[in-house]
Design a binder for this molecule. Sequence first.
Ligand SMILES: Cc1ncc(COP(=O)(O)O)c(C=O)c1O
Length: 442
Amino acid sequence: MSASPQPVDPNNLEALWMPFTANRQFKRKPRLMSRAEGMYYYTPDNREILDGTAGLWCVNAGHGRKPIVEAIQKQAAKLDYAPNFQMGHPIAFEFAARLQAMLPGDLNHVFYTNSGSESVDTALKIALAYHRARGQGQRVRFIGRERGYHGVGFGGISVGGIVGNRKQFGAQLPYVDHLPHTHDMSRAYTKGQPETGADLADRLEGLLTLHDPSTVAAVIVEPVAGSTGVLVPPKGYLEKLRAICSKHGILLIFDEVITGFGRLGTSFAADRFKVVPDLMTVAKGVTNGTVPMGAVFATKAIYDAFMDGPDNVIELFHGYTYSGHPLACAAGLATLDVYRDEGLFERAAALEPYWQDAIHSLKGTKHVIDLRNIGLIGGIELESRPGAVGARAYDVLVDCFEAGLLIRVTADIVALSPPLIVEKKHIDRMVDTLGTALKRAA
Ligand SMILES: Cc1ncc(COP(=O)(O)O)c(C=O)c1O
């Protein structure tokens, strides 16, 4: 390597191995966004792209928010980094206290990570270590759910239920089983939560009988499954999971990486559904997507179970170099201020009926076979082309991008989840652009 490297061609896309992307297809015809403000991204040639997905479900307060940008700049100048093992810095404690104040039920401790995937693996490890600390080290099993997405760590893909994310990687965590997912096409076009289907939670009792409930550490679910196509929990389903877990001393983990921070019109899905888990994983909206950060929220009972031995012994052998990074904490504090000062969670709740009507106005549009919604999330399921699952939705994604709208697709399901600053005119434009792309799609 030369000390003064040769200038590189900024248009050379080859060096980067892109995540969850068909690299060769993308690099033949790239879709680049180089700037963002408010509800819009801008391409390098300054074309406006309406953000229908809050980036990747993370930019809940919209793009380029001044108070957040300034807080990050100020913090970078003041304290760029400080170690956090056996050391601390004030802003990490301050942000944890702010988060604690907004947590539901008995959740009241914050363990920092840097992503949703790390949050999930951290929560699974805390669950195992908690049981062990209480003399129940035989509780080593996890129960996830089909069509669950819990990130890409080995723990996350093991409890997750996405075949494509598992099959390339051979062995995963042992002792994992899965609940059935909650989606049922006989309930197509349901608005909000389905009235029926809560009994699917009873399948947990069956799995517990099979495995012996005293061997199960935790059940992990997304309150609303986002990444596999917006699967809204039937009324009473999460309540039942909660009751069954409590009955057997099993921890319930809610993965709120996308449902946290206002997406459902409340701080967390736990608030909306009035079901409080023992552990909650978050990321994304915690810093409005500006600086990578995640967290696990734990109940007092879980935290206290670790605080039992001699006080000079490290209680949990786990953590990341960047847990509670100063820039992330500064971004997080400013983000919570924006959410509060602009009433963005309430705004999401107020817009939900309009959003629901807009999503369901696509009924009857070419290729559409189901429409689902909750909070400011919409799922538009398309009929797949025979033998080519995902091809039609991908064409729609490309068409929308060219027409100035960012959408997200999984297989043949389009997901919309705009920043919570979205206005009715933006919602109209999203539905209009998507509807036109659907009509054009082969
Ligand atoms: C529910 C859920 N859990 C975990 C993750 C993983 O988060 P990350 O990509 O930050 O690791 C995601 C990402 O979309 C998610 O939706």
